[in-house]
Design a protein around this ligand. Structure first.
Ligand code: NAP
Length: 402
């Protein structure tokens, strides 16, 4: 039997107060329990490590009623709180993922030299802002774009703009309204009849700062648009995604200010009634859902070979996102000279879509075209599983009614 190398060198020993843990995406992270701080790099060697996604043969994971996780070896009748995969961790080369770009990099600089002819990108919310810039950049390098947008007139105008710039652009509008699951279903059915395969599924559409409103499916709008409908579309399109595909979930650094409880997560917390709704907090929570979803999807689709990444495009990037309140419009306009322009804001999504060095890698969060440590809550495996299950429950309830 081929045994994996077990790290034993003393340099690899952790300083006191540090613990090794494994996150849902199979990356080892290091926790300073005294300071309540986590990081991806070993505190002594600065190296990153990954473990296999599956537990070794004969091992089972157990979660008790207090949410305490232990591992049980059925053959040896032995229980431990240490993840047995840590013994099989392998160094993850920083060189392979050395930082090639930064916050000022434009999307075109990442695409320079690429030929995406024959590739298909499906981008939600590509009629405006960062999604439109992502579509424009990819299409200028030969990629066919499916504009997954709700506003036909606006989208056709934007597509015309692109065609005037690049007469060879391959663009296709397929309407979807993310406030309605039936519309998402019809959309996915159309995509499946027109295409065999999707290379880049870019879940970009979003709303921010909305006064409380309910969708036609009786859900809070921010939750349905930013998370639930994207979750549903991804599952519906599963058969079109394989080892040559990447799913990019556009999240935000604001996920760090979310207040979802680690346990237990409920439908009401995700989909609050008007009395418990605060638009800013709801946005932060759904952006956390974006990362939790990406991490769980990466795990579940590991055997399919699909790479899944969550990204932060930039802070207060001047787009239509601020449309819902005059104050946000003013704020976004005031800071425009100091924030990323659209080319820079599209670059992390583009990087995660096309960078060769990300092949075979999945379940990471990126900012400024480089790996970024997302919040502790976003790495909570149980929360990610709960979100997955509750999202499925809500979808089933809605579909049964319609
Ligand atoms: N701008 C920033 O500073 C910033 C920072 C962090 C993260 N982000 C994230 O980046 C993503 C893109 O945002 P943006 O800044 O480019 O904003 P944007 O210009 O407002 O674009 C949002 C897109 O989402 C679409 N959309 C909204 N509701 C929809 C629905 N019900 N059905 C279908 N499409 C819908 C919009 O279409 P319509 O035009 O038809 O409404 C629009 O195309 C969002 O996920 C956002 O959370 C942005």
């Amino acid at each position: 039997m081929d045994h994996c190398h077990v790290e034993t060198d003393s340099e690899d020993e952790l300083p006191s107060n540090w613990e090794e843990r494994v996150s849902a995406n199979g990356f080892v992270h290091y926790v300073n329990v005294a300071k309540n701080h986590i990081q991806l790099n070993h505190p002594r060697t600065n190296k990153m490590k990954r473990v296999p996604l599956d537990l070794p043969y004969n091992w089972k994971k157990r979660v008790d009623e207090n949410n305490k996780v232990t591992y049980y070896n059925e053959l040896e009748n032995r229980e431990t709180s240490t993840d047995p995969r840590l013994a099989f961790s392998q160094e993850f080369s920083n060189d392979k993922l050395r930082q090639r770009f930064d916050s000022s990099t434009k999307a075109v600089s990442i695409l320079y030299g690429k030929n995406l002819t024959g590739h298909v990108a499906l981008i939600t919310g590509s009629s405006s802002g960062i999604g439109y810039e992502t579509a424009k950049s990819l299409s200028n390098f030969g990629c066919e774009i499916i504009f997954a947008c709700r506003n036909e007139k606006l989208t056709m105008e934007k597509m015309k703009e692109l065609e005037q710039e690049n007469s060879r652009a391959k663009l296709n509008f397929i309407q979807v309204d993310l406030t309605n699951l039936k519309s998402c279903k019809t959309f996915c059915d159309k995509v499946k009849t027109q295409y065999q395969h999707i290379n880049y599924l870019i879940l970009n559409a979003g709303v921010f700062g909305l006064p409380y409103s309910m969708t036609s499916d009786n859900l809070e709008t921010t939750f349905q648009v930013c998370h639930l409908s994207h979750f549903y579309i991804t599952q519906q399109l599963s058969s079109m995604l394989n080892e040559n595909s990447r799913v990019i979930v556009v999240s935000s650094e604001s996920h760090r200010f979310a207040n979802l409880p680690a346990m237990p997560l409920t439908k009401e917390i995700l989909n609050p009634p008007p009395s418990k709704y605060w638009s800013m907090l709801q946005y932060n929570n759904v952006k956390l859902c974006n990362i939790l979803f990406a991490m769980e999807l990466a795990k579940r689709w590991q055997s399919k070979g699909v790479s899944v990444f969550a990204v932060h495009p930039g802070n207060l990037v001047s787009t239509n996102l601020s449309r819902n309140w005059w104050f946000y419009k003013l704020l976004f306009a005031a800071v425009k000279p100091f924030t990323k322009n659209l080319q820079q804001a599209a670059s992390t999504t583009i990087y995660c879509s096309v960078a060769d060095e990300l092949k075979g890698i999945s379940g990471l969060y990126f900012n400024n075209c480089y790996i970024c440590q997302s919040s502790k809550l976003s790495l909570n495996e149980n929360l990610a599983t709960d979100l997955w299950n509750i999202s499925n429950e809500i979808i089933n309830e809605i579909l049964q009614k319609t």
